[in-house]
Write a protein that binds this ligand. Structure first.
Ligand code: SF4
Length: 328
């Protein structure tokens, strides 16, 4: 019998509690052994990360964590009133020229954590009332996640696991997380190869992302949100509207509605701003406009997407509770 987590959705039972711990240990062992010739993500670098060699993701034997905190900037169904227990991994397997977190994703700010320390971070987020554990940029550290999750589950972890990804994921890594992740949160960035090559440094991104999102949907289905407003299980897709229609919003929405499901839950986001190296590309060197965001949402509906995320402002009771809980 595990102790209910204070921030867990009411009546919630995490997917990983239905899996035998021995099965999670078996997957951990398989994933860690694979680090000897790493193909944990689609870059297929085949370097020996067990010997701490690094390649495209600059990450060796241990995962590096940039920050971990109760995040109130996530979607309402994740942040709730106690925040999403977000763990930002350092480095990334993409090279987005417009990355807003480039100090963590490219410069690699953060600390290497052993599986025990990473598990302790998860359990501390649980103890302090986070609604979920939200792994941000996990594509290159799936083996290290599995190592830490075994320790955290043994220690009583009982929160939903959110896998918050660029969608540049290897299918076999996603298969290792089948039955462990409760909520997949893939970001679908570009539909075409040319902008993917120029702006992400990954021409194969669109095909990889399509395959990854289909696999995520196969595992957990459309997003389920409980009566308390908190997400339980399913896929929540993010899509950042780019200037000049560069992202291919219409094609992405058509794919989500027709090839995945019309019930796919989508957050069409309008907060693009030129960061990092974006100003080197004239077409990226401006924010998106309110009209571009409105048009992207109209496009999503026209293409058949039925569930679009709408942000509600934090109410005064929630702000008071948040202040009491975290003194912020
Ligand atoms: S996880 Fe890192 S080392 Fe492994 S294939 Fe991907 S980029 Fe290369």
């Amino acid at each position: 019998m595990i102790t209910p987590a204070p921030g867990a959705p009411e009546g919630f039972e995490p997917a990983y509690r239905a899996l035998a711990l021995d099965e999670i240990r078996r997957r951990r062992d398989e994933a860690v052994a694979g680090l000897a010739s790493c193909r944990a993500c689609p870059r297929d670098c085949e370097v020996d990360r067990l010997a701490d060699a690094t390649a495209a993701c600059h990450t060796g034997r241990l995962a590096r964590v940039g920050s971990a905190f109760h995040h109130f900037g996530e979607e309402d169904c994740l942040r709730g009133w106690r925040g999403s227990g977000t763990i930002f991994f350092s480095f990334c397997n993409l090279r987005c020229v417009f990355c807003q977190n480039w100090d963590v994703s490219q410069a690699g700010h953060g600390d290497e954590l052993s599986p025990e320390r990473l598990a302790a971070v998860m359990l501390e987020l649980q103890r302090t009332g986070a609604h979920n554990i939200n792994f941000v940029t996990p594509e290159h550290v799936v083996p290290q996640l599995l190592e830490a999750l075994v320790v955290a589950i043994e220690g009583g972890l009982a929160l939903p696991i959110v896998y918050n990804t660029s969608s540049y994921d290897a299918i076999h890594s996603l298969e290792l997380m089948d039955g462990i992740v409760d909520i997949y949160m893939p970001d679908f960035k570009f539909w075409d190869q040319a902008p993917s090559k120029t702006y992400l440094k990954a021409a194969d991104y669109p095909e990889i992302a399509r395959t990854a999102v289909r696999e995520m949907h196969r595992q957990v289905g459309p997003l389920e949100i409980g009566p308390d407003g908190l997400a339980r299980r399913g896929v929540l897709v993010r899509h950042l509207v780019m200037p000049e229609g560069l992202a291919g919003t219409a094609e992405i929405m058509r794919f989500l509605a027709h090839d995945v499901s019309p019930e796919t839950y989508v957050n069409v986001m309008g907060q693009y701003r030129p960061e990092h190296q974006a100003s080197r590309h004239a077409e990226l060197d401006r924010c998106t406009t309110d009209e571009e965001l409105r048009e992207a949402k109209r496009t999503a509906r026209r293409q058949g997407v039925r569930r679009l995320d709408e942000r509600q402002p934090l109410g005064p009771e929630i702000l008071r509770l948040r202040q009491r809980l975290f003194d912020v």
